[in-house]
Design a protein around this ligand. Structure first.
Ligand code: ZN
Length: 313
């Protein structure tokens, strides 16, 4: 009798495992979106759409371009530029989203969706279109577009470095009028730096956040004031336990007005006795950090160890 129960139990277990395996392979089969013949010609057979015909060539909405086949996010609208070539062009990808392969022609570099291998187009470097000197030439048909939750007006961007970007991002994300905050690197000498390279302190980059905001709801000055109150601008090359030039305090400005605002705030703080060491530097190429650094505190549910709000103005 016991033996029969064991046998029945083992058989049941096998059935459950088999059902699980079948379900899994079933999932795989339905994982990708169904493609039309024309989409398949480009995405699967590595074809090229005719220039100036794609729906995203002259398209400048704010949002994210995703893979037509698997929906993985590939490119951000802020990295799109007009190269005049007839295909959507981006000077950077979402970190880790795009795979590079030497093309069948042995010359060009093919780009593919890192998640599903869908053919996207080719990537070219050294053409001098933007500071990043890179052009992802992408077939419109390989992508879908997901608009950002938008407001009536235009958005604007500001870049701040104030120690570990996890903490700075945490506070800016809670600020009214802020649409998006991305952790990354600015102010250094090499392209596409990794976290490990920046951590050596030798690339010149500072851990920097890119703040996209709605100028109808907040202002550069409001954000700059907040910046001076969520990190200690009197610390040279360190914040909390983090030490090194990559943790320096810096504002990267894009206009003379922004520069004047920051200099005014620094003057106000100095009058109050703060020995501010914040650098005021023109903005340069911003390199988004690895995905695991984005929204760190929101994802982990932890509280910042390195940043606190202190009223200073
Ligand atoms: Zn894909």
């Amino acid at each position: 009798m016991n033996r029969y129960i064991y046998f029945a139990g083992a058989a049941m277990l096998m059935l459950v495992l088999l059902a699980g395996l079948l379900a899994q392979s079933g999932d795989k089969a339905v994982k990708y979106n169904k493609l039309t013949a024309e989409e398949e010609r480009v995405i699967v057979d590595k074809g090229t759409e005719r220039p100036f015909t794609g729906m995203y060539y002259e398209h400048d909405e704010t949002g994210t371009y995703t893979c037509k086949r698997c929906d993985a996010p590939l490119y951000r609208s802020q990295d799109k530029f007009d190269a005049g070539c007839g295909w959507p062009s981006f000077d950077d990808e979402i970190p880790g989203a795009v795979k590079r392969l030497t093309d069948a022609d042995g010359q060009r570099t093919e780009i593919l969706c890192a998640n599903c291998g869908a053919h996207l187009g080719h990537v070219f470097t050294g053409e001098g279109f933007t500071a990043k000197n890179t052009r992802h030439c992408v077939n419109s048909i390989s992508m879908n577009f997901v608009p950002a939750p938008q407001t009536s007006g235009q958005s604007a961007k500001a870049w701040f470095a104030g120690g570990c970007f996890w903490g700075v991002e945490h506070y800016f994300e809670k600020e009214p009028g802020v649409l998006q905050v991305i952790s990354g690197y600015m102010g250094g000498t090499i392209e596409r730096p990794t976290y490990e390279q920046v951590c050596t302190g030798r690339t010149g980059h500072a851990e920097t956040v890119e703040v996209t905001y709605d100028p109808d709801k907040t202002s550069f000055e409001t954000l700059a004031r907040l910046f001076f109150e969520i990190h200690d601008p009197t610390h040279l090359n360190h914040q909390g336990p983090d030490r090194g030039p990559q943790y320096r305090s810096a504002v990267f400005y894009t206009t003379d007005t922004e520069k004047a605002i920051v200099e005014k705030l620094i003057r106000l703080l100095k009058e109050k006795g703060y020995d501010v060491v914040t650098e005021v530097t023109p903005a340069s190429a911003f390199w988004p950090a690895e995905t695991y650094h984005q929204d760190y505190y929101a994802r982990t549910g932890k509280e910042p160890y390195c940043h606190f709000y202190i009223r200073r103005f």
